[in-house]
Design a protein around this ligand. Structure first.
Ligand SMILES: Cc1cc2nc3c(=O)[nH]c(=O)nc-3n(C[C@H](O)[C@H](O)[C@H](O)COP(=O)(O)OP(=O)(O)OC[C@H]3O[C@@H](n4cnc5c(N)ncnc54)[C@H](O)[C@@H]3O)c2cc1C
Length: 298
């Protein structure tokens, strides 16, 4: 694992002030506010060291009326490569979805999340205070150059892979990387153009989308999914021969990022792959114990 991980350089007591230089909606307006996902780039006066896969904390101004204390920090995965979108080490980009929730106690529905609304409403030239970087686990290994990598994402869980993929291909990556991205509709696949362009340039990158509301799971008996929808795990099952080739190599790594609960769908497929490779014990446990499985779900 990387020995030089920048950590907690900025804290709640000593935050970093960033200025928004870009806020771009990544999904069509026609998909409504619940599918409002933004790519937001902040620029700093100084250089901010970070690694793809780390997160930044966002401090929402004001106090929580329930506690009378400052709002709790919210974490967001960094969606840019270490040098930042501008390449000068002075920016960080986030990929934020507007969160809405229902209050069971009061019956109120569709309440906008505090930090995600704050971030999505920011305009260029607005300023925000941030902390971080944090996270030492969801990172590329230092010796990634020849390793096969499998990235799986749902929703904004795609964010860290945007930076990681740039890191890989800007430094002469020679392994094979597969990205499995679970989305509801084809037109809400975040950064789809960017991933498509990388795939065209690099035959060692495979980009696959599981489009749950437009595609059907062809193997519902083997991999049950709700209403037979096409989820990431169903697509991974279809591709298990290709995945087995990667997992035959002893140093292949798999990453899961996005919705809490996605592990429950993907782990059985990994176990199936392990069994077909002759594993007698749990393949997931083996991958975990060998640090080859990385999970960031929220
Ligand atoms: C490591 C990590 C990385 C993350 N990366 C990303 C990312 O890249 N992109 C992204 O969009 N998100 C990411 N998140 C999620 C993000 O941190 C926030 O949790 C998310 O944006 C919702 O925050 P919010 O302030 O908008 O919602 P909040 O206002 O905090 O609401 C969140 C939940 O809190 C509860 N709640 C809030 N207020 C009340 C109340 N008054 N009474 C009762 N319950 C209440 C509700 O259950 C609600 O659903 C990440 C989280 C983690 C831990």
């Amino acid at each position: 694992m990387n020995q030089n991980i920048p950590l907690n350089l900025y804290t709640v007591n000593r935050p970093l002030l960033g200025t928004v230089i870009e806020s771009r909606r990544l999904t069509p307006d026609s998909r409504g506010p619940k599918n409002d996902v933004r790519h937001i780039t902040f620029r700093f006066e100084e250089k901010l060291p970070y690694l793809p896969g780390q997160s930044a904390g966002i401090i929402v101004p004001g106090t929580d009326s329930r506690t009378g204390k400052p709002h709790k920090l919210r974490l967001y995965s960094i969606a840019s490569v270490g040098a930042g979108d501008l390449g000068d080490h002075q920016t960080v980009s986030l990929c934020v979805v507007r969160h809405f929730w229902d209050n069971a106690a009061t019956g109120e529905k569709g309440i906008p999340g505090l930090a995600s609304s704050y971030l999505c409403d920011l305009k260029p030239k607005d300023q925000a205070t941030m902390t971080g970087p944090v996270g030492r686990h969801f990172l590329l290994p230092e010796d990634f150059k020849k390793r096969d990598l499998i990235f799986t994402a749902t929703g904004t869980g795609i964010a860290p892979y945007r930076g990681m993929l740039r890191e890989l291909f800007e430094t002469g990556y020679e392994g094979h990387v597969a990205l499995y991205f679970g989305v509801q509709y084809r037109d809400v696949a975040l950064y789809d153009d960017e991933f498509g362009a990388i795939q065209k340039r690099h035959p060692n990158f495979s980009y696959y989308k599981a489009i749950s509301r437009e595609e059907t799971n062809p193997n519902p008996n083997e991999v049950p999914t709700r209403d037979n929808k096409m989820y990431v795990q169903a697509l991974m099952y279809v591709h298990r021969d290709e995945l087995k080739k990667s997992f035959e190599k002893p140093d292949t790594m798999i990453y899961l990022c996005g919705l809490k609960g996605m592990e429950a769908g993907i782990f059985p497929v990994l176990e199936q792959i392990g069994a077909e490779l002759g594993e007698k014990e749990s393949f997931v446990a083996k991958l975990k114990s060998r640090q080859q499985l990385r999970i960031e779900v929220y």
